[in-house]
Unconditional design. Sequence first.
Length: 197
Amino acid sequence: MAKRPPGRPRKEIDLSAVAEGVARLFAHGGYEAVSIEAVAEELSVSRATLYRTVPTKDHLLGILFERSTGHLDRAATALVAEGREPADELVSLVRLHVLAAIETRQYMAVLFGGAGLAPDVYARWRKFRRKYERLWVGVVRRAMKAGVLGPGDPVLTTRLLLGMVIWVSRWYRPSEKYTAEQISEAVMALIGQHSPR
């Protein structure tokens, strides 16, 4: 039987599984609970095997960041590409982000704040943030032009709206039984609109 070449991992590391493991650790113990050792235990692999693919905690956070922001970016881009009416486009984008805030509440605030990210990951985060904000500004501008939103500064309005929906990740508790739909309706009511049915 041929010997395994030196340095080759005994087990292939699935980066999606790594992201899930990091997310679970965040859910149970926050930022401090995340470590190479803890993730290796979550995945039932040795630390040495995990180290070959993910050498630092920064890399762990980077994997989680890439998965979370990538999913949100793709979903928001696809939504806007549908060419919906401005009112429907705005409320759908609000719903999308509220749902993301609920699903990723254990770590969204960390990712959107950029805290704890390695310099290269932080640079990608800044690029994502600028692109994501531009997408929202386009939606807000169209909503203003259509009279769905009152006239104003589209960038400032976007940042205020994003502040509301990102903050959902801070206060949301499943035990309170608010749904993503109810939260989205409340956001729209605050800006003087009702969600289209």
